[in-house]
Design a binder for this molecule. Sequence first.
Ligand code: SAM
Length: 216
Amino acid sequence: MNKIQEGIYREGKNLYTENLATGERHFEETILRANGIEYRQWDPRSSKLATSIIKGMACMINRSSKVLYLGASHGYTASFVSDIAKDGFVYAIDFAPRVVRDLVFVCEKRSNTAPILADAKKPETYYHYASPVDVVYQDVAQKNQTEIFLKNTGTFLRKNGYGYLAIKARSIDSTKQPKKIFMDVRAELEESLRIIDQRLLEPFQRDHCMFLCARK
Ligand SMILES: C[S@@+](CC[C@H](N)C(=O)[O-])C[C@H]1O[C@@H](n2cnc3c(N)ncnc32)[C@H](O)[C@@H]1O
């Protein structure tokens, strides 16, 4: 197992994290055991964060990070963020009760992760839980996803913190070229944030782009 950064490993083409919830397998992921440690395989086809790492983007989440995760869904990627930020905390937000029900079961096994049923368009409704944070990670696939991200980074991101924005071009406008949409998103982000990196997520996620930003 090759360590590529604290908490993230690579074996061949596959990414792994150390399982914080030893003995638990939430998503039927492959588990490898070595030297008494359990490693969970992290599938880039199901996680834009895993794809961005495979595509060479730095992972700014570390062992002690406090992370606001917007669009946690059933908790797939959030569970790997929880593995990496083992001494930190993950505020896992989604507005769909059906997926939050599954997320609750994942969080029950993870002392550093809390499920929050809330709308990312209304940061004021979860402000009392989660401010400030080291990382805002957003994957909500909504038309106004850039506006939602700016609202949340503006409200929650501490000085020297980082924001990840996963953009799904088709959710913004299915008639426009993804390349043009990514250029427009970049311009909008640059008004308030410093863009550190930008990666297309092909071939794992078609017409998706990940932006990594910092506060100006
Ligand atoms: C593409 S899925 C996220 C997948 C997840 N990030 C992962 O990698 O495991 C998008 C999620 O965003 C949630 N979502 C969309 N708009 C939202 C909003 N305004 N507030 C909170 N959650 C939202 C949806 O309910 C859905 O579960």
